[in-house]
Design a protein around this ligand. Structure first.
Ligand code: BES
Ligand code: MN
Ligand code: ZN
Length: 500
């Protein structure tokens, strides 16, 4: 899909635009949007509303074929009640437009929706919502199907019509939105790839390609180098696998050379069998999504690379498989992490924290402004928050409250929301081990919190947040697939940081 901005002014009015389809909003109670009024020359739109064929309810649509005028089709889309449009209603309208456009006989369309009338949002938000929704509607995970799904006619070129005054903001928002859509799509594609293709080596090669495309710094450490760094915890997880582990470091230095970087750390378990603490067989294929944290870091780097964001950002991805074998780690094994802390591995299925803790120690060298780790860490997080909110965990002092609020706000703006959870001393006590400094599990109560508490012990030298995306990064069931979350949250957070 190709996107462009069309600025309207008195010389270049909406009714003068040649297009296969112009899309305009209408409201409940037969009310026309400003753009609809301008197109209502012979009363065509008002007549359609009066006919009762469209109610104006958010997401309702009606396609008209006017006999005269420059537009071959007019698509009316309901925006809900007039006055101020709720963000939910705007999203419903955007989804309805996307559905209609993919089935049209026209190759081009002009969207002239009331982008500036959404309650509490700016035009940039509306434009981003439109672009991400349209791109989502044409995404297909059929790379490995020998017969591709039917390609409908569908609109290929979309112009966004905005008032002249909004032109500059709209152009910037469009470029950002396309970059985010590209990043999101990469994250989805990586998540959806099967684990025999999307291996640690595949993720490393993907990172190398991104580095090449956007001129970023890259380093990929192999097993020998990880041994030299004494990453005993990470290495204990990879022991049972034939696939070599990789430790990826990507550097986007778009800020001033001396500015402290934001560091993103993504869990990259390309398949999680549970190891010797083997998972049940049913649904185990879904553990290919256990690299979605890593995928979201790569997707975010693709987006910020394309945007040339003026901020220093470092991405770190520990990646390996968690497999059972004669060489695999046993429950009861005690390993020494890079930080020096010893860990009693009571359950080899709590492996995410074991690879992340060494990465959290490694990133101390960057003297980060903050570190955010992203991981499909616990089933318990899905139980706590379902599939709607990512779990957000930080310590509870001023600096961390500030970081947490920034992340929550970025989630709200991008409808990629997170919910804050506690990280407190009583939960830490569940991680006591009789034989080592710390155990890798804290028992069933508060499982997502004890997972976060484990990571907390390795992140004490900087400001840190942990995002548990086990419930939000992918969908199960009939609509099985990666969602691309939390790329919208992360890119929004970084865009906001860059403009501070
Ligand atoms: N990758 C899983 C977490 C997970 C579970 C993600 C379900 C998505 C859906 C993680 O490595 C894991 O197995 N966690 C264990 C931790 C437990 C052993 C303390 C879990 O959640 O059961
Ligand atoms: Mn596991
Ligand atoms: Zn896992």
């Amino acid at each position: 899909m190709d996107f462009s901005i069309k600025a309207f002014n008195t010389k270049n009015a909406i009714a003068e635009q040649k297009t296969g389809c112009v899309v305009i909003g209408v409201f409940e109670n037969n009310k026309l949007s400003a753009q609809a009024k301008l197109l209502d020359g012979k009363g065509l739109v008002s007549a359609a509303l009066k006919s009762g064929d469209i109610t104006g309810k958010a997401g309702s649509t009606l396609l008209l074929h006017p006999a005269t005028g420059h537009a071959k089709r007019i698509l009316l889309v309901g925006m809900g009640p007039e006055g101020s449009i709720s963000d939910r209603n705007f999203i419903s309208a955007a989804q309805a437009v996307a559905r209609s456009l993919t089935n049209l006989g026209s190759a081009d369309a002009l969207l002239a929706l009331p982008v500036n009338e959404v309650q509490g949002r700016d035009a940039s938000w509306s434009i981003r919502t439109l672009i991400l929704t349209l791109r989502e509607s044409v995404y297909r995970a059929d790379a490995l199907k020998s017969k591709k799904e039917d390609v409908t006619n569908g609109v290929k070129r979309v112009a966004l019509g905005v008032d002249g005054g909004l032109q500059a903001a709209a152009r910037q928002s469009l470029a950002q939105s396309i970059a985010i859509a590209n990043g999101l799509e990469l994250t989805k594609t990586l998540g959806n790839l099967p684990p025999n293709i999307c291996t640690p080596t595949y993720l490393a090669n993907t990172a190398k390609q991104i580095a090449k495309d956007y001129k970023l710094g890259i380093e990929v450490l192999d097993r020998k180098q990880l041994e030299a760094l004494k990453m005993g915890s990470f290495l204990s997880v990879t022991q049972g696998s034939e696939q070599p582990p990789k430790f990826i470091v990507l550097k986007h230095m778009g800020g001033k050379p001396k500015d402290a970087p934001v560091v993103l750390v993504g869990k990259g378990i390309t398949f999680d069998t549970g190891g010797i603490s083997l998972k049940p067989g049913s649904g185990m294929d879904e553990m290919k999504y256990d690299m979605c944290g890593a995928g979201s870091v790569l997707g975010t780097f693709r987006a910020i690379g394309e945007m040339q964001l003026k901020l220093n950002i470092i991405g770190v991805i520990p990646t390996c498989e968690n497999m059972p074998s004669g060489r695999a780690t046993r429950p009861g094994d005690i390993v020494t992490s890079m930080s020096g802390q010893t860990i009693e591995i009571l359950n080899t299925d709590a492996e995410g924290r074991l690879i992340l803790c060494d990465a959290l120690t490694y990133v101390e060298r960057f003297k980060p402004a903050c570190v955010i780790d992203i991981a499909t860490l616990t089933g318990a997080c899905v139980t706590a928050l379902g599939h709607h909110n990512t779990g957000l965990f930080t310590r509870h002092d001023n600096a961390h409250d500030e970081l947490a609020n920034e992340l929550l706000a970025a989630g709200k703006y991008s409808t990629d929301t997170a919910w804050r959870m506690p990280v407190e001393e009583p939960y830490q006590e569940q991680l006591k081990s009789n034989f080592a400094d710390i155990a890798n599990i804290g028992g069933p109560p508060g499982g997502s919190i004890t997972g976060a508490c484990f990571l907390e012990r390795f992140s004490r030298s900087y400001t840190w947040a942990h995002l548990d995306i086990a419930g939000t990064a992918w969908r199960g069931g009939a609509a099985k697939g990666a969602t691309g979350r939390p790329v919208p949250l992360l890119t929004t957070f970084l865009i906001n940081r860059a403009s501070q």
